[in-house]
Design a protein around this ligand. Structure first.
Ligand code: UT7
Length: 320
């Protein structure tokens, strides 16, 4: 695969830490020092699928293509109000993408979804099942957190990041892992009991559960291992990588990895200060912002690294 164009879209409502401390026992000082987050965009009266489609439309424009050129749509999403149809089908309808034939599918690999989907798209392109894939990662995590739980709700934001991928050999290396650890990050939808059961044992409401410290520790350890592995697999050294774009879960995680690698700050990009954690959308939103700021040139080497519920991890080296 190669990245032909990127796009992103964010909700219009910006919520600062001080705004959260109006109704939660928290403070700008706690959130800033523990996470790096100062504000985030939160979905209000927008439709989530419109944000996803807008990011996709911007990526198609940036690639210099039109909707007619897209012949596959893949979306990465943890949860939205539609269990079915898929987000990819909704995006297809909103953008009027007909293709000669245009299959659509969603994947859910939590916050590592972006790298998982990149690997899948590369396989689809390599086997000629597609020639131009619209790949959208979109999340509205703030609709799935408990707004009384200060441990989780302050961490997240919403948004969509997208790219158009075409045929090429720019995915230099990729590594995906999964270790079953269902209890570190869990979100379960409420179920209705059938007429054949009492309903006992069926949870009607379970807010997102997050073991922050465990995620933090795993994230740092796994990212250090995966980053070293994909760089070596690509036959490179860390000094060859121009830009590190890591999942934006906590600025302290990014800093711990950067310091461990002994690399300068300017090669590690971050936007968590303004965006919060947007799950699988965080890396593609960051990439689009950095590309549009003119900081990334064609030919530069990018390193992506994500981790999240599962526990899943993914890292990749890509030539832009
Ligand atoms: O993308 C995947 C999901 N992302 C993550 O899970 C992120 C990874 N984890 C983290 O980023 C960090 O673990 C957190 C930011 C979630 C928490 O930071 P921490 O340094 O691990 O704090 P902690 O959970 O150990 O909590 C420390 C204290 C506790 O009080 P006590 O027990 O020491 O009295 C918490 O109750 O901070 C308290 N606390 C808060 N205080 C003010 C927790 N949340 C808040 C809050 N405001 N929002």
């Amino acid at each position: 695969m190669k990245i032909l164009g990127t796009g992103s879209a964010l909700p219009k409502k910006t919520v600062s830490n001080d705004m959260l401390s109006e109704f939660l026992d928290t403070s700008d000082e706690w959130i800033t020092t523990r996470t790096g987050i100062k504000s985030r965009q939160i979905i209000t009266d927008e439709r989530f699928e419109d944000l996803a489609a807008l990011a996709g439309e911007r990526a198609i424009q940036a690639a210099g293509l039109s909707a007619d050129d897209i012949d596959y749509i893949v979306c990465s999403n943890v949860a939205n109000c539609y269990i079915t149809p898929s987000l990819a089908s909704l995006v297809q309808g909103l953008l009027g993408i007909k293709g000669p034939s245009c299959p659509t599918m969603d994947i859910n690999s939590a916050c590592a979804g972006f790298v998982y989907g990149l690997d899948l798209c590369d396989a689809l392109l390599q086997t000629s099942r597609a020639s131009h894939i619209l790949y959208v990662c979109a999340e509205e995590v703030t609709r799935f957190v408990d707004w009384n739980q200060r441990e989780t709700c302050v961490l997240f934001g919403d948004g969509a990041g997208a790219m158009v991928l075409g045929k090429g050999d720019n995915l230099l290396s990729c590594k995906l892992t999964s270790v079953p650890m269902a209890d570190v990050i869990t979100y379960r939808l409420p179920l209705e009991p059938t007429p054949y059961e009492t309903g006992e044992g069926i949870d009607t409401h379970l807010p997102m559960q997050l073991k922050g410290r465990e995620v933090f520790r795993n994230a740092v350890n796994c990212a250090q291992r995966d980053i070293a592995d994909v760089i070596a697999k690509a036959g490179l050294t860390a000094d060859d990588i121009d830009h590190f774009l890591l999942h934006q879960a906590n600025l302290r995680i990014v800093e711990a990895i950067r310091e461990h690698m002994g690399l300068p700050e300017e090669r590690f990009h971050s936007n968590i200060q303004r965006r919060g954690n947007t799950s699988s959308a965080s890396i593609p939103i960051l990439l689009d912002e950095v590309v549009r700021e003119g900081k990334i040139k064609r030919g530069d080497l990018l390193l992506f690294d994500g981790f999240g519920a599962g526990f899943v991890t993914g890292a990749a080296v890509v030539r832009y």
